[in-house]
Design a protein around this ligand. Structure first.
Ligand code: IMP
Ligand code: MG
Length: 189
């Protein structure tokens, strides 16, 4: 397993990250999801709504692998203040620009943890009477099971460690790592 030393990051400096999903594993799984979505939406033109900022790489890779036409839009919410503790409430920071009424919508997220953000987003889109809404998340943490939120498309189920890379950040850093890395289990990030 590849490891990586955290540098220049204040209290996190010296931590050792472990790579839990390689670029190849991510690429293969995104390809499978794209194939499934292309099949499920055959003859339709869904709007993929990326949840900023974390979903950018997943959304881009997924969209490029689809065999169907699609449109892209974005929404931005904040559910975490800083660090890794969820604030419990979700705040809308940037709304979508498209009209979703009578359209098929796929919300694209990097990770579902408690599921609160996902539930908020789905309700928000449903208010505007789309034809359908589904949820695609690259990663799913085990906590989500408590909320009974079910996403239609999941890339990987992951353990409850704090993850960074491929869009996922810690205080806005590490997003640009091309694969996914975990902080140590006992690390209170
Ligand atoms: P939820 O509302 O608890 O499901 O939180 C979802 C949001 O929290 C995601 O969109 C991420 O931005 C963030 N998040 C949850 N877990 C992680 C993680 O391990 N690393 C980075 N961000 C995370
Ligand atoms: Mg996010």
């Amino acid at each position: 397993m590849r490891t990586r030393l955290v540098e220049n990051m204040g209290k996190y400096t010296g931590q050792v990250l472990e790579e839990i999903l390689t670029t190849e594993e991510i690429d293969n799984r995104v390809e499978e999801l794209a194939r499934q979505i292309s099949k499920d939406y055959e003859g339709k033109v869904p709007i993929l709504i990326g949840v900023l900022n974390g979903s950018i790489f997943f959304l881009a890779d997924l969209a490029k692998k689809l065999d169907i036409e699609c449109e892209l839009d974005f929404i931005k919410v904040s559910s975490y203040h800083t660090g890794t503790q969820s604030s419990g409430t979700v705040r809308l920071l940037k709304d979508i620009s498209c009209i979703v009424t009578d359209r098929d919508v796929i919300i694209v997220e990097d990770i579902i943890d408690s599921g609160l953000t996902a539930r908020f987003l789905k309700h928000r889109i449903l208010e505007n009477q789309p034809s359908s809404v589904t949820f695609a998340s690259l990663l799913l943490k085990p906590d989500c099971l408590k909320l009974e939120f079910e996403a239609e498309y999941i890339g990987f189920e992951v353990s409850d460690r704090f993850l960074v890379g491929y869009g996922l950040d810690l205080d806005q850093k590490f997003r640009n790592l091309p694969s996914i890395w975990a902080f140590p289990v006992d690390m209170n990030v």
